[in-house]
Design a protein around this ligand. Structure first.
Ligand code: MET
Ligand SMILES: [Zn+2]
Length: 351
């Protein structure tokens, strides 16, 4: 199956237009698994649960769906073939674990539809499954996804080879889109964009960067340059920011808007706490409450963000509040209908 790129480019916009102008992304996934008692002190982080507690992965997906998420992100953020093989799995088993991350999310979506058929029909809003791809730095598990500093030996080609097979497997496993998350530098964004084109990846993607200062991504490249890389790739349907403190999001939305012609902007900030990669702990800042976070939501939407959710240390409560806040801002009910096909939803949107 192949898509005309103009169809791909308009798919996410149509999706949003048909659904009230916004969609709710889920919240922190790994940190929510931890809140349920999972021990993620492991190089695989949340992907460890794909091996030892898939029921918990499914539970957290369902919790976010019940809280109002329209897009759920798989547990594959730190799942890599290289990482699984380092644990003793062979190549086939490692690829199967990647597929399993999508399968569990799809099962949770099916459960959710079954339990909430009527409510979902009223909203006619298909749930999308986004297959997470974390950065090379996330695989290194040394905190470099928050420094963006890979050293001089890590070239564009190196990053492409690192991500290639994983991307192919995830793209073929029934997800609606690929979520490239927490992108720390421009080089990795370029690697993703080239892979999407060269490997003729059949599902669309979003690019989501991370910033500490509101001007540059964590590796020091300007958000303007990074968002431009995303904007010029036809297979990228939305561009934005995740795992970044709420207080600097507004300015980042305005910057992305300057260089994004007509791609929707997505944001899913973290709770505002800072992760210390050395001690593997979250350090509290002064602004951390759900109330603070929620007070920003309508401003972000008004500033131009149409896909909004939460990242690390946000919870289903955060997502419920985001969902309620956004729906309050819309007088007209979302259109009705039903979602029955088992095909990836984005196929229905682009065909
Ligand atoms: C470090 S950002 C992590 C993003 C991932 N989707 C998660 O919530 O676990
Ligand atoms: Zn995060």
């Amino acid at each position: 199956m192949g898509f005309a790129s103009n169809k791909l480019a308009s798919a996410m916009s149509d999706f949003l237009r048909n659904n009230g102008g916004y969609a709710v992304i889920d919240g922190g996934f790994a940190t929510e698994l931890e809140r349920h008692g999972a021990d993620l002190n492991d190089p695989l982080w949340s992907a460890k649960c794909l091996i030892d507690s898939p029921h918990l992965v499914r539970r957290v997906h369902l919790d976010y769906l019940e809280a109002g998420a329209d897009i759920i992100i798989t547990a594959s953020y730190q799942a890599t073939i290289q990482g699984f093989m380092a644990k003793g799995f062979n190549k086939e088993e490692s690829e199967a674990l990647l597929q399993k991350s999508v399968q569990i999310a799809r099962e949770a979506r099916a459960d959710y539809y079954e339990n909430n058929g009527n409510e979902r029909n009223l909203r006619n809003f298909p749930v999308l499954v986004a297959a997470s791809v974390g950065s090379y730095g996330a695989y290194l598990a040394d905190g470099s996804e928050y420094s963006g500093n890979y050293g001089g030996n890590v070239t564009l080609e190196y990053l492409k080879e690192f991500h290639r097979r994983r991307l192919q497997v995830l793209a073929g496993s029934g997800a609606d889109l690929i979520a490239f998350e927490t992108i720390p530098n421009k080089l990795e964004a370029q690697a993703y964009a080239e892979l999407l084109e060269e490997d003729d990846i059949k599902i669309p993607a979003w690019f989501s960067f991370t910033s500490k200062d509101g001007v540059n991504v964590v590796g020091g490249d300007s958000i303007l340059e990074c968002a431009s890389v995303a904007d010029s790739c036809d297979k990228v349907l939305a561009v934005g920011i995740n795992c970044t403190p709420p207080r600097i999001i507004h300015g980042l939305i305005l910057s992305i808007q300057k260089v994004t012609t007509n791609k929707p902007i997505l944001i899913y900030p973290n709770s505002g706490e800072t992760y210390d990669g050395q001690t593997k702990t979250w350090i509290k800042s002064t602004v951390v409450s759900d109330l603070d976070f929620i007070s920003y939501v309508n401003k972000w939407h008004a500033a131009g963000a149409s896909l909004i959710g939460g990242c690390c240390r946000t919870t289903p409560n955060t997502i419920r509040a985001i969902s309620n806040n956004l729906s309050k801002g819309h007088d007209a009910p979302r259109p009705s209908g039903s979602v029955t096909s088992s095909h990836p939803v984005i196929y229905q949107l682009v065909n």
